[in-house]
Design a protein around this ligand. Sequence first.
Ligand code: AGP
Length: 620
Amino acid sequence: MCGIVGYVGHRPAAEILLEGLRRLEYRGYDSAGVAIQDVQGISIRKKAGRVSELAGLLAEQPCAGSLGIGHTRWATHGPATDVNSHPHVGGNGEVVVVHNGVIENYSTLRDQLQAIGYVFHSATDTEVVAHLVAHHLEEQIRLGKDPQDQQTALDAIELALRKLKGTYGLGILFRDFPDLLIAARLGSPLVVGVGKGEYFLASDASPLVGHTDEVVYLSDHEMVVLTAQGMSLKHRETGARAPSIQTLEQTSQDTDLNGFEHYMLKEIFEQPQTIENAMRGRFEEEEATSRFGGLNLTVQQLRRVDRIVLTACGTSWHAGLVGEYLIEEFARIPVEVEYASELRYRNPPLSENTMVFAITQSGETADTLAALRECQRKGHPTLAICNVVGSTIAREADGGIYLHAGPEVGVASTKAFTSQVTVLTLLALHLGRLRHMSHPAGKRIINNLQAMPEMVRQALKCHDAVKDIAKKYQGISDCLYMGRQFNFPVALEGALKLKEISYIHAEGYPAAEMKHGPIALIDEHTPSIFIVPKGAMYHKVMSNLEEVKARRGPIIAVACEGDKKLEALADDVIYVPEVEDFLQPLVTTIPLQLFAYHMALLRGCNVDRPRNLAKSVTVE
Ligand code: AGP
């Protein structure tokens, strides 16, 4: 939900922190700030607005120094104002903190600290952490600890952390220990980049790209002390541990725009490649099945599975709905798709042979992580379908399947959705071929899947047509999306895309549901987007389309190339290639992504940084 960066080394910290914040801005962009240790102590520069505003402030009031922390905020407590921007100062300036997460007991702690004289300036939960560390530092010194010994400062942090309830990823500086950068993690991700005589800290790996490919992921309850000379890692319960250094897969190519105007458009056009990446090395053609390297379950365990729960949020939840149709169709295993935020508290009666999949692009969504942990607590095998290697959910799940889609920077998820659907198709094939599915049936699925990158490339050719259609509808205030079976989740996904980046109210429905109420919304100002490719549901959806037309509702149809019938019925038609029903989401989603993109542009919205949103929702 917020982005944290840190640097300690031999180079000026300011530009390194700023560039890191730019790369993390997709996590939150309400305000930004840095704190840099220099000869006069710790200088802080922070303000509401984008990282570019902060860069302007630093240009006017530069900070020297080679040790610092930075933060870009998605507001949880307190509006996006200068004073609520991070970093926050504790005591009389002896402690400075940046924080990602939510301190649930901040109000009680704030009252306690105020009662003993601490003065608060902001409305944030983070300022409580800063004052609490300062309080314990003063207390340690009062109890006779050596004020010059860095252990005194570290003990103060540990004492403070024990009082916090909630989640945190923290970067901490001490005025009187100018060579220390300390970080601590509980529930919000942190990764350390290991350079040559320099160390980097970040909420995820993107700021490290180009500086180092050696990374250390922190786990919950771990604290790391970084200096230009080295790093030391300690777990609250198990004590010190040697850092396990992993190699970063990302490259700067992944995070560059490569000539596109926005990350979202770049990622939409990456989909032929990312779908191919999701399949690479996962076909067993001889056996007409698929294979995964990380499921960590035996064939016997997989055969015993009698129910599958797919849990996720947002777009990943929509991918789960496609997965439900796929797995039930191909493997005949009952599937439930659960909002993660509901599953965690719903406590459904699951059998011991229920397998749980968390579907998540970022691997850091707090609701999904909490649901996964709840299922693990009950002994269910938990797997993750995830895009970010080394993310919390990927590491905590018992096994999983990576998307290999590369970093998805646009807040609106696009390539992750189609990669998730591709992986779920492979999974359904795998499970089906372990049960009753025939070799020819498996082979047919493989052949159709292998053709999908080209089919999606064809589908992308609708771009100009969609751009023109968006111009026609840019002034609408409501929009309905309708589809059936495999395209019902696509209707939901299309509506979410439009909502989250153009701020137009949109709803997705099973097409047949229209007549059970929503059709009352139809009038000449409310367009309906019908996903009506050739296939098993074609005639049924056409009937629903006619029902809307009879009530003068404008109709945009997503149809198969050559379907001239639609031209007489719909006001606008967007053509996609004809594919098997079960693969239709991979092509019918494309025009809906592009439609949302262009509607947002026409309405002057920030496509990659839509208001009120963040890429990774690491708070519950
Ligand atoms: C999708 O466009 C949204 N940005 C959002 O719904 C997202 O899919 C959701 O927050 C889940 O994120 P995850 O896949 O990283 O868990």
